[in-house]
Design a protein around this ligand. Sequence first.
Ligand code: OXD
Ligand code: MN
Length: 591
Amino acid sequence: MTDNKKVLKFIEDTKALCNPDKVVWIDGSEEQLNSLRALAVKENILIKLNEEKLPGCYLHRTCVNDVARVEGRTFICSKVKEDSSPINNWMETGEALKMLNGLFKNVYSGRTMYVIPYSMGAIGSKFSKIGIELTDSVYVVLNMAIMTRVGQKVLDALADGDFIKGLHSYADLDEEKRYICQFPEENLIMSINSNYGGNVLLGKKCFALRIASYLGKTEGWMAEHMLILGIENPKGEIKYVAAAFPSACGKTNLAMIIPPEIYKKKGYKCWCVGDDIAWIRVGKDGRLWAVNPENGFFGVAPGTNMKSNPNALLSTKKNTIFTNVALNTDDNTVWWEGLTKEVPEHLIDWKGNKYVAGRVDENGKPIKAAHPNSRFTAPTVNCPCLSDQFEAQDGVPLSAIIFGGRRAKTAPLVYQSKDWNNGVFVGSIMASETTAAATGAVGVVRRDPMAMRPFVGYNMGDYFAHWIEMGDKIANKPKIFNVNWFRTDKDGNFIWPGFGENLRVIEWILDRCENKVDAVETPIGFVPKAEDINIEGLDGITKDTVKELLSVDKESWTEETKGIEQFYKEIGDRVPKELYAELEELKKKLK
Ligand code: OXD
Ligand code: MN
C-alpha cells in the first residue's frame, strides 16, 4: 500500500511491541468496510438495524465503565513539565513511553492490527494533515471511516511525507490502566484500555485539537474547538462565523441551525461547514480562513429530535453508527430520551437490559434508556444543510468568532469585545456548567477558555499568547463576540428561546461586523440596543425581556473578576501580560 519508510517502520515497531496475529490495511473500499461490518455483527460488536428505516446503520454498546472522554486519564506528555499546563495532566515523555510500552506489550496477541491511514481535511489540500492509526478495534475502524477520509488515497497523498502516529488498543478496557496520551513533541498519540469515541477515534480530539493546537502554535495557525456556520442573506451573500462552546451547550444545534419562519420567508439560509473543530489560517487577503478537518459528526443523541435539530436527526438516517442508545425491538430501530414524546413500548436500554419506564436505580435516579452521552457517528454528506464549501481547499473566510457558555446569570445574551486582545480575554475567561460529555461532576461551573481546556496540547498561558500573536498577523481581523443562550429568570427558567431563534442574535453580530448597527458600551464590551435584536414573531419576548437578557450586573462581574484572577494564577506565570492588562481595565471599569 505504501513505500513510505516511516510508515513501514511504525508498523514493524508496533508489530514487534504488540504482537498481532495479523495485519489488515484499511484501503477505504466499500467492499472491505462491508466485510468488516459483517465481522463486527458476527462478533456482536455491532447490531444491524432496520435496513429499510435506517439503511446502513448499526448500534454499538460500549462497556459500562467506558462511556465518555476521561479527562482525568488524559495526558499531555512533554520533556519539560512547564510545556504542558498545571490545569491539565502531564507526564514526562520518557516515563510515559516506558509505562505505555509496558502496557502495549503483546496487547494485540490473538487479535488483528488494523492500519488506518486517514486525512484530517480534504485529501491533498495543503491545509490537511495525515495520521496513521493502528488499532485492534473494528469499531474504531468503522467510526474512523465515517469521521475522517481513510484508505489508499491518503497514502498516495502522503507519499514519503510525515504523519501523526496513533497507537490504540482497547486492551482489557481496564479503567485503572486507561491512558489517553498525546506527545506533541513526538507527533505521537497512544490510547489504551478504552473503546469510547473521544478517547479512541484519534483523528478527533487527540489529533485535530491536542496535537494540532501544538502544530498550529509552531507553524503559525490555529486548531480550535469551533463549529463553522455560513449564513446566507436574502441577497445570496454568505458570511461565515466560527463558534466555540464547551460540550453540550448547543454547539451541534447552532452548527445546523434552521432559520425561524420569518427569516426563512425573507430568504435567509444557513449552511453547516463544521460542528466541532476548525483549523484556521490567515489567508492571502489578510482574513482568517477556516476548514473543518473532519468528515463526520460525532453528536450527542439525547435531546436530538425533529424540533430541536432536524438536520442532525436527518443526518443519522443512513450509514450511521449509534453508540449507547436504546434499541427499539418492535422495528429494530433506535431511541433515546427526547427523540419522541412517547416512549416506545419495547426497548432494550444501552446496557442491553429490558427497559421499564419509570424505574430508578439504587440512588433513586431514573434509569435511562439511552446513556446521556450516547452518540451518533454520521457522515457529513448526510446533512441536509451541508455547505457547498465543506470540501473547499482553502476553507471559508470568517467574519466573526463567537465564544459562549452555559451561564445562568452573569453573561448577557450577547456582547462584543472591544478589539482583538480584548476578544482573546473574553475567550480566556469563558466558563460553563459541566455536562455528561466528560466524566466527573455534572452541573458545576468551570472555566473553559475557548472551550479548549481539555484540548490544548501545550501550556495554556502559551496558548493565550499564541492567540495574541495571531492578532498581529491578521490584517482583516474577524470581530470577537460572546453569547449566552442559557440565562435564567428567578425561577430558574431559560429566558431566551434558543435553537433557531439564535439566528436573531447572529444577525446582530453580522450587522456589527459590517458596521450596520449601533451598540451600547458596558464595562465588559458592547451590547445591542434592545430594539436592535429582532423579536418579531417571538412569543412571550418583549423589548423588556431583551433588556433583561442584555443587562450587565456590575456586582456579579466584580465577583467574576476574582474568579478570573484566581484562574489565571492557576494557569501560572505564562499568562500573557496583555490579558492581565485587560483584567485590570475591566476592574477599573467596574468601579
Ligand atoms: C465532543 C466534546 O465533541 O466532548 O465530544 O467536546
Ligand atoms: Mn467537541
